[in-house]
Design a protein around this ligand. Sequence first.
Ligand SMILES: Nc1ncnc2c1ncn2[C@@H]1O[C@H](COP(=O)(O)OP(=O)(O)OP(=O)(O)O)[C@@H](O)[C@H]1O
Length: 283
Amino acid sequence: METAVKARGLTKRYGDVRAVGGIDLDIHAGEVFAILGPNGAGKSTTVEILEGHRTRDAGEVSVLGVDPGRPTRGWRARIGIVLQTANDMTEATVGETVRHFAGYYPAPRDPDEVIERVGLTENVNRRVRQLSGGQRRRLDVALGVIGDPELLFLDEPTTGFDPEARRRFWELIRDLAGQGTTIVLTTHYLDEAEALASRVAVVAGGRIVAEGEPATLGGRASAKARVSWSEGGERRALETETPTGTVIELTRRFDGEVPDLTVTRPTLEETYLRLVTLPEVTP
Ligand SMILES: Nc1ncnc2c1ncn2[C@@H]1O[C@H](COP(=O)(O)OP(=O)(O)OP(=O)(O)O)[C@@H](O)[C@H]1O
């Protein structure tokens, strides 16, 4: 499998603060990779180093085959970046802004199509400063993808989006991934990571504390299941490693349909919270 991003022993300090304390990453070409972690975990620092926007203290890094510590212009054109803060804009309209940015790239996407994909067609002639917060964010996404990047970095892309805009954005990301774009996403929304990412890394205290597919992260799939049902006017529940056997038993007992039956495993959010609080309780 082709590797888009490879990091070994990535380290960064700010004075006394160890922001990144030895991170290894292998992000495959064409995958959507999510980096999760609490505030101050070191996500932005890591991503900024990969983008070539921050120097590292130590470690080996290769992004699309280039060391981001020595970026070239051609390399920059192959990368798209959607930052947390919106660009400062003048009196330009949405359409003018997107077309202007398209001019920076050797082979940009069609501006009107990009505007449509982020749901800003109705606002194409609006001045950027008149956009709502969520609309501004959509414009940021449009500017990140206008150059038709091979690798797209998204830093908390859907903060401030309404639920419908988030769904639309997710579709856009899936489409881009389907066309072969590698996507590196930081997010605080666990549902977003679960909806989009083929793999996630959980960062805490500048280190990766868990990595894997959302469905199996941190032993999630093999954790005890909770089987619950209604019986005698009460809600009953038990935790078990063998939920199938429990359901068979219940089916026999009720001679068919078990009232209000649910079988659940820990959610990604529960697993995440356990992972990020774990280092603090360990002496
Ligand atoms: N320019 C800087 N100067 C000094 N310390 C910094 C700087 N940037 C980040 N830090 C510190 O480095 C640590 C990691 O910060 P970073 O921004 O990478 O975290 P993050 O995981 O992206 O957090 P968030 O979820 O809040 O965006 C924090 O302790 C932060 O205070």
